[in-house]
Design a protein around this ligand. Structure first.
Ligand SMILES: O=C(O)C1=C[C@@H](OP(=O)(O)O)[C@@H](O)[C@H](O)C1
Ligand SMILES: C=C(OP(=O)(O)O)C(=O)O
Length: 430
């Protein structure tokens, strides 16, 4: 596999001088932000989304909703956070939408566009054209929309009626979430049945269902692999976005590999974010994880244990877990993650290629990775325009001198301040 980025800038990953001790405050969750904004844009009145993430993916979602007729006014803006006041408007067509490389934009916005009676065109980055969308577009067609294309670029023209549809969502949970998020506004609502190998990232579908219910939408998910959304109003709300727990992963990993402590404030007591699984995964890999008055504290010993883990439900944590596994004192097997081949890049190939380039021993399996730790050396770690590849390189660089991450700026997809936060963490705060 070759690196696809045209950007050639190299970021010298800082090596930790000793155990990291820092409190790292994470901006809002991408997944919550990019559900809260469309729900607000489809609501029956104006609402507010507080502490929303500002990042490439979140900005693309805001731009898409504006193009479709919603009013979004920012306040309390910082580099990575914003409060949005959202005023819904009639969904209008006749517009083009750039999805970038955002799975949430490419899968969540077309069903909204199908509410318009004008054509909406979608396209994105070259890598986005390779990401699975076919089952979603086929479903929109089956539910009454006129759709051209089976992947990006594509066009969608409503109005959609809704009803029952069967899809194979084994490539991405977002194919289901997208249909559910807009469905209360379909004349007949929707019943989505999944048929095929197991759907990955189920916590993300639970997040969709929970956020719909919080907005007063009736959702029945009582039967496995079937979701029914009743037609009806979506309540206007004032909600606060939780910190992004998946983006906490590289920072918490720093505690493990350096034998330090990293604390993340405002870690929710209960959440549907898959990043919450880090508490168990990092414990298995040798960390002590405690809830303190300051937040979730993760303390490492400097020694990392190998792990045998099924990451099917929490696939987006894989790059960090793989980086830790490459630095562990025993082998690891990561399974259940064949769908990562359709993420920002083929993450299984990218992780194997880049860790092996530094002297590692990573083998791709049909559904994951086998990682045998080897002494690693410095070198270029390509990011393939994948924010989580870039942060995985940063984790390795903490303890392997001379790692240079290509295109660290790609972290702007979900965490534009990553490089600054990483530097501050190493100085003792972030
Ligand atoms: O719905 C969401 O917010 C997400 C769902 C998951 O996608 P897949 O089901 O495609 O893995 C996850 O990996 C992605 O980062 C965010
Ligand atoms: C898979 C990911 O993103 P996306 O929302 O683009 O699917 C991710 O953030 O790990």
């Amino acid at each position: 596999m070759s690196a696809t980025s045209s950007a050639t800038s190299l970021w010298p990953a800082p090596t930790a001088a000793g155990p990291v001790r820092a409190t790292v405050r994470l901006p809002g969750s991408k997944s919550v932000t990019n559900r809260a904004l469309p729900l607000a844009a489809l609501a029956e009145g104006p609402g507010t989304v507080r502490r929303a993430l500002r990042s490439r993916d979140a900005d693309l979602m805001a731009a898409a909703l504006r193009a479709l007729g919603a009013g979004l006014t920012p306040s309390a803006e910082t580099a990575s956070s914003v409060d949005w006041h959202v005023v819904p408007g009639p969904i209008r067509g006749g517009v083009s939408i750039d999805v970038g490389l955002a799975g949430t934009v490419m899968r969540f916005v077309p069903p909204i566009a199908a509410l318009a009676d004008g054509e909406v065109r979608f396209d994105g980055d070259a890598a986005a054209r390779r990401r699975p969308m076919g089952p979603l577009l086929a479903a929109l067609r089956a539910l009454g929309a006129h759709v051209e294309g089976d992947a990006l670029p594509c066009t969608v023209r409503g109005p959609i009626r809704g009803g029952e549809v069967t899809i194979d969502a084994s490539a991405s949970s977002q194919l289901v979430s997208g249909l559910l998020l807009a469905a209360a506004r379909f004349e007949k609502g929707v019943t989505v049945r999944h048929s095929g190998p197991p759907v990955p990232s189920m916590p993300h579908i639970q997040m969709t269902v929970q956020m719909l219910r919080e907005a007063g939408v009736h959702v029945d998910d009582g039967e496995p692999d079937v979701w029914r959304v009743e037609p009806g109003p979506i309540a206007a709300r004032d909600l606060v976005v939780e910190p992004d727990l998946s983006n906490a992963a590289p920072f918490l990993a720093a505690a493990l590999v350096t034998g330090g402590t990293v604390t993340v404030p405002d870690w929710p007591e209960r959440t549907t974010q898959p990043g919450d699984a880090l508490r168990g995964l990092l414990t298995e890999m040798g960390a002590t994880v405690t809830r303190t008055p300051e937040g979730l504290a993760v303390t490492g010993t400097g020694r990392v244990s190998g792990i045998d883990a099924d990451l099917h439900d929490v696939g987006e944590l894989t790059p960090t877990i793989a980086a830790l596994a490459a630095l562990a004192d025993g082998p690891s097997t990561l399974r259940g993650i064949a769908h990562l081949r359709g993420h920002e890049t083929d993450r299984l190939a990218a992780l194997a290629t880049e860790i092996n380039r530094l002297g590692g021993d990573v083998r791709e399996t049909a559904d994951g990775l086998e990682i045998r730790p080897r002494p690693l050396r410095g070198g270029v770690f390509h990011s393939y325009e994948d924010h989580r590849m870039a942060t995985a390189g940063a984790v390795i660089g903490l303890v392997v001198p001379g790692v240079q991450v290509e295109n660290i700026a790609t972290t702007a997809k979900t965490l534009p301040e990553f490089a600054r936060m990483w530097a501050r963490m190493l100085e003792g705060d972030a």
